[in-house]
Design a protein around this ligand. Structure first.
Ligand SMILES: Nc1ncnc2c1ncn2[C@@H]1O[C@H](COP(=O)(O)OP(=O)(O)OP(=O)(O)O)[C@@H](O)[C@H]1O
Ligand SMILES: [Mg+2]
Length: 231
């Protein structure tokens, strides 16, 4: 589904991502793990062309180089950004409507699907998003991304700052989305939880891929256990 070759991301003179290659196969959950500043968020933003990048990014056979972010969303890539970033002064329902901006003919049907997936959002549909708990806001951010009916859903640290019980719920939802046929690219500092649900994973260090393998092999790898899993 996604093939990335020699991706570099620059912020002025700073090179945040230094030539990485990776791929995401249809139907898989693929994780990018790595510590603070490794380049995970920069990589996701580069896939949507929202930061300056070089290299090749091929999505479903398209070379995405010349595409604007909103065109890539239309083609089927969606991002749940780091820190959730819901529109706090708009209601839950208005946030969902914005998520469907390129897909308005399916809006009502999709909205009802989201309320089924996240019943807590249904009961708060007229509340301001700013009044939601961290877990509810994360669910809203995921729903908003799903309103564009993505083929590839990218999630940037969805578990950050959430209570352990809610973290479990968020990871369960990600598995459910995979089972419904959505391909997932997951960025997490909670490496253990991410690896447990992933098919394959890449370890980013200082803008480079330090290691890659099937997720279950990485969970068993001594270096990874010490450095990223605290085991
Ligand atoms: N807008 C920016 N301007 C300048 N440098 C930036 C900018 N955004 C990120 N960087 C730098 O690029 C590098 C990679 O940052 P990035 O946010 O991609 O890392 P990350 O792996 O997502 O980290 P975190 O786990 O903290 O979210 C860091 O050194 C960071 O300081
Ligand atoms: Mg980040």
């Amino acid at each position: 589904m996604l093939v990335v070759k020699d991706l570099h991301v620059y912020y002025g003179l700073i090179e945040a991502v230094k030539g990485i290659d990776f791929k995401v196969d249809t139907g898989n959950i693929v994780s990018l793990i790595g510590s603070n500043g490794a380049g995970k968020t920069s990589t996701l933003n580069a896939l949507l062309n929202s930061v300056k990048r070089t290299g090749e990014v091929n999505f479903l056979g398209y070379d995405t180089k010349r595409h604007l972010t909103h065109t890539l969303v239309q083609k089927g890539i969606a991002l749940v950004p780091e820190g959730r970033r819901v529109f706090i002064n708009l209601s839950v329902e208005e946030n969902l409507k914005i998520g469907a901006y390129n897909n308005s003919e399916n809006y009502e049907h999709l909205r009802e699907q989201m309320y089924k997936l996240f019943p807590r959002l249904a009961s708060k549909k007229n509340c301001m998003a700013g009044s939601l708990s961290g877990g509810e806001a994360q669910m809203l951010a995921i729903s908003r991304a799903l309103m564009s009916e993505p083929k590839l859903l990218m999630l940037d640290e969805p578990s950050l700052g959430l209570a352990p019980k809610i973290v479990g719920e968020v990871f369960d939802i990600i598995v459910r989305l995979k089972n419904e046929g959505i391909t997932i690219l997951l960025v997490e500092q909670n490496a253990y939880s991410a690896l447990k649900i992933s098919d394959y994973a890449y370890v980013l260090e200082n803008g480079k891929i330090a290691m890659q393998d099937k997720a279950k092999n990485l969970i068993g790898n001594d270096d990874i256990r010490k450095k990223y899993l605290g085991l």
